[in-house]
Design a protein around this ligand. Structure first.
Ligand SMILES: Nc1nc2c(c(=O)[nH]1)N[C@H]1C(S)=C(S)[C@@H](COP(=O)(O)OP(=O)(O)OC[C@H]3O[C@@H](n4cnc5c(=O)[nH]c(N)nc54)[C@H](O)[C@@H]3O)O[C@H]1N2
Ligand SMILES: Nc1nc2c(c(=O)[nH]1)N[C@H]1C(S)=C(S)[C@@H](COP(=O)(O)OP(=O)(O)OC[C@H]3O[C@@H](n4cnc5c(=O)[nH]c(N)nc54)[C@H](O)[C@@H]3O)O[C@H]1N2
Ligand code: SF4
Ligand SMILES: [Mo]
Length: 749
């Protein structure tokens, strides 16, 4: 069925400014845990060196952009003083120059126009015209439905600027897929236990750990820089790594124990570990006595959750469960049961995260050396602007009591709130989407399409003609992170620190920074008083002066560290410490979950299994790519151009598949992949699952490197298991089978 918001291929790209591809991207081998970008700085006299922090992923490593006086960017290197990267960028950060040189970049604003035959196309527009149209539409929609009916989907730095604009306009409906599609359940699970979330970067004291347990957390492929560096260091110092993963990941290959668990059964393993640690008295007795609440209840709760019980569920042998529990006990408190990051798997994810938090509590690792350190960050002073108006309603009202512990907004809740219905009293009518490629990011594409079709108006801000741009009414081209200022980075760490992002070169083509777009739109919406500066440089300068430094100093040092203000890196021995929970203790039994009618202690729940002839679809990261955002980056495409399908030899045999053969995939709901994917036969994956790297299978032809390369996992994730506690979208309950003939799917663009 053809719908109003048909996907448009962006065909009207301007021709201004030829792309200059620099060939200075150095050889970065990728794939192993230990490969890094170059550490040696270049000769400063030859190039201009500008401070930045990376936007290729959200670890936000600080670095230096090296450019020429002609406006070419030659190279990006890590900043030696940065605790996020310690002077070394990962292959993606080094390859970030490719985001700047990409010849497919968006070049100028685009406006959707409908032709007589009913089809839509984009035409080039000036900034003034595009922003005028947005302001006019926003005023109209706000007049009819209130400013609250305009929402922002964002991920990354650009979102902050549009968030400020929207709040000034009267809407607090701002969301990001990095919560309910990523780490939300972990935050809720840890808050329920410790009264504090994990946050980013995770305060895991990996460099000093003696034992680290990774539960579907694949550090080394998940290339979050500082963590991976510390993991290498810990391994060199003899730390034990225990990896629980149905796939033999890079981390598994560096581990003393690999537990190839049956997917979706981790909670049983965690409960059995808790059982062994309690009943073999491997826990930190003094710590548990002093700091925890509900130990006796927990002891009773896990009484029958023996390794033998868990074996039947997880396929992990009782002996291995005991041995690994003892490894943790021996290392306690210098042990980390890693909270993971992308944890929206099976809909009971808050409870799985709770089990992880409880295990750490028993082992006494929170606030202890080699466990979790006590992080600190710098509060960035606010540039003085008037108070925001108070919105009449927010996303919380729209949820109407659903997902009571959602600490941040739930992107899937926004999608639901956009679809008109009798029950929907708080409808969203317009979206700004900045820095998130929803068609590849959100599961359940039919619901997403329904919501986008129901919208009155949609603005997309992006650097690239990604799939989401095709659904927009107006597309605004942002310049890349290497060409702009953004907010000062302030992230918690061992030492509080800040980092500067400043432009190395002028924006290419007619692209602009998000701060500029937000300010200009603000002016057109009568919100000038919220943007009382000419240039974002003024905002940063003010904030830096308030912090006792300056823009000039930061341009030279890039990163500044501050002294800790709130005490030591670890809890002192026997020190009184109050946790921000109802009981003031680490809650092994959660009083908050109990009060809301949820299980106060995690229970194992069974999840559906693949029907005969189908295999569970699991996905993850590759070290040289970030989500869907790098699939067109030439530097990274040179390292990995498409994803492939990991298939166990037993399965390949049944289906008579050969290595490199192309197959299409069909899921349990009849969703078929647009493109084929090449089979990789390997013992490294269990026979009940298949695996692919997320972020490929792009369907916009304008992405000349990425179009049609591999399969997009999201289009096969049509069944979603939603976490009732916080709304996270469990995405690993989908099962696929192989189609060996081309199903002849139509590609929209
Ligand atoms: N199937 C499946 N879905 C997933 C995941 C998965 O593994 N599998 N992972 C989940 C997780 S953990 C997360 S955090 C989310 C991430 O989801 P997203 O944040 O949506 O990630 P990307 O797909 O990389 O989309 C980023 C978009 O930002 C654009 N962009 C890049 N740089 C800039 C910039 O400087 N300015 C602007 N305005 N735009 C820019 C890119 O071109 C791209 O369109 O996805 C979640 N969804
Ligand atoms: N290179 C690179 N690094 C990244 C990113 C990126 O895009 N690229 N994105 C960053 C972001 S935002 C996030 S959230 C993190 C995500 O990274 P992580 O939080 O580390 O992990 P996931 O992507 O959830 O996990 C993928 C692993 O889970 C395993 N798995 C699948 N099902 C199960 C199961 O039922 N049980 C168990 N135990 N394991 C299972 C898969 O085999 C795979 O190895 O990565 C971050 N780092
Ligand atoms: S981990 Fe890599 S991609 Fe992520 S911010 Fe650091 S250098 Fe950039
Ligand atoms: Mo994420």
């Amino acid at each position: 069925m053809k719908t109003r918001r048909d996907f448009i291929k962006i065909s009207a790209l301007g021709t201004a400014g030829a792309a200059v591809a620099t060939s200075a991207f150095s050889t970065v081998k990728a794939g192993s845990l230990f490969d890094w970008g170059e550490k040696t700085p270049l000769d400063d006299s030859e190039f201009i060196r500008t401070a930045t922090y990376c936007e290729v992923c959200f670890w936000k490593c600080a670095g230096w952009t090296y450019s020429t006086s002609k406006g070419d960017i030659v190279k990006i290197l890590g900043n030696e003083d940065d605790p996020h990267c310690n002077g070394r960028l990962c292959p993606r950060g080094t390859g970030g120059v490719g985001m700047f040189t990409d010849k497919d970049r968006l070049r100028n604003p685009l406006i959707r126009v409908r032709k007589e035959d009913g089809k839509s196309v984009f035409r080039d527009a000036s900034w003034d015209e595009a922003l005028d149209l947005i302001a006019k539409k926003f005023k109209e929609i706000a007049g009819k439905h209130g400013p609250e009916s305009i929402a922002l989907f964002n991920h990354g730095s650009s979102g902050k600027h549009f968030g400020h604009l929207l709040k000034a306009f009267g809407s607090s409906n701002i969301t990001a897929p990095s919560y309910a599609q990523c780490r939300g359940p972990r935050e809720v699970g840890f808050v329920a236990t410790y009264g504090a979330g994990v946050g980013s970067p995770e305060p895991t004291d990996i460099r000093d750990t003696e034992c680290m347990v990774l539960i579907g957390s694949h550090l080394g492929e998940n290339m979050h820089n500082g963590q991976v560096q510390e993991m290498s260091e810990a391994i060199d110092k003899g730390a034990t790594i225990i990896t629980v993963d149905p796939r033999y990941s890079t981390a598994a290959s560096k581990s003393k124990f690999w537990l190839p668990i049956k997917p979706s059964t981790d909670l049983a393993l965690l409960l059995a570990w808790i059982h062994v640690i309690i009943y073999e008295e491997l826990y930190d007795k003094e710590y548990v006595k002093k700091y925890t609440y509900g130990f006796d209840k927990l002891k009773k709760h896990v009484k029958n959750m023996t390794p033998e019980w868990a074996y039947g569920i997880t396929t992990i042998k009782p002996d291995i469960i005991r041995k690994t529990a003892r490894e943790m006990g021996d290392a306690s408190p210098a042990v980390i049961v890693h909270p993971g990051r992308h944890v929206t798997w099976y809909g009971d994810d808050t409870q799985r995260s709770r089990a992880i938090a409880i295990l750490n509590g028993l082992l006494g690792s929170w606030g202890r050396r080699g466990g979790f350190y006590l992080k600190e960050s710098i509060k960035i002073p606010k540039y003085p602007t008037p108070k925001y108006p108070k919105p009449k309603w927010s996303w919380k009202d729209a949820l109407d009591g659903k997902y009571p512990l959602a600490g941040l907004s739930v992107a899937n809740g926004f999608i639901d709130a956009t679809i008109p219905s009798e029950e929907n009293k708080y409808q969203l009518h317009a979206w700004i989407v900045s820095g998130t490629n929803l068609p590849l990011t959100m599961p359940d594409k039919d619901t997403l399409n329904e919501a986008m079709n129901a919208l009155d108006f949609m603005v997309v801000v992006d650097t690239m003609p990604m799939e989401i741009t095709g659904y927009a009414d107006v597309v605004l081209p942002e310049c890349t992170y290497l060409e702009r200022y953004d907010d000062i980075r302030s992230a918690p760490h061992r030492e509080p620190n800040i980092a500067l992002r400043s432009p190395a070169v002028k924006p290419k083509y007619d692209s602009k920074p998000a701060w500029w777009m937000a300010k200009e739109l603000g002016n057109k919406l009568g919100l000038e008083k919220y943007f009382p500066w000419n240039d974002f440089e003024e905002v940063i300068s003010y904030q830096l002066e308030e912090l006792g430094t300056s823009l000039d100093e930061m341009k030279v040092i890039g990163v500044k560290k501050f002294d800790r203000e709130y005490g030591g890196l670890y809890m002192g021995d026997g020190e009184d410490f109050e946790f921000n929970t109802n009981t003031g203790k680490i809650e092994l039994f959660s009083t908050e979950l109990a009060a809301l009618g949820f299980d106060p202690m995690p229970k194992y729940t069974e999840h559906p299994e693949p029907p005969s002839g189908y295999y569970r679809l699991i996905y993850g990261r590759a070290p040289m790519h970030t989500f869907s955002r790098t699939a067109n980056n030439q530097n990274l495409v040179d390292l990995m151009g498409e994803n492939n399908l990991w298939v166990n030899p037993k399965v390949a045999n049944i289906w008579e598949l050969t290595n490199g053969q192309e197959v299409w995939l069909e899921n349990q709901d009849g969703a078929v992949s647009k493109f084929p994917i090449k089979v990789r036969i390997t013992e490294r994956i269990r026979w009940d699952s298949i695996y692919m790297v997320h972020g490929f299978g792009h369907s916009n032809r304008k992405l000349s490197n990425a179009f049609g390369k591999g399969v997009n996992d999201s289009e096969l994730i049509t069944t979603v298991m939603v976490d009732p506690i916080m709304g996270g979208t469990g995405m690993r309950g989908n099962f696929v089978t192989f189609l060996t003939e081309d199903p002849g799917k139509e590609i929209e663009s």
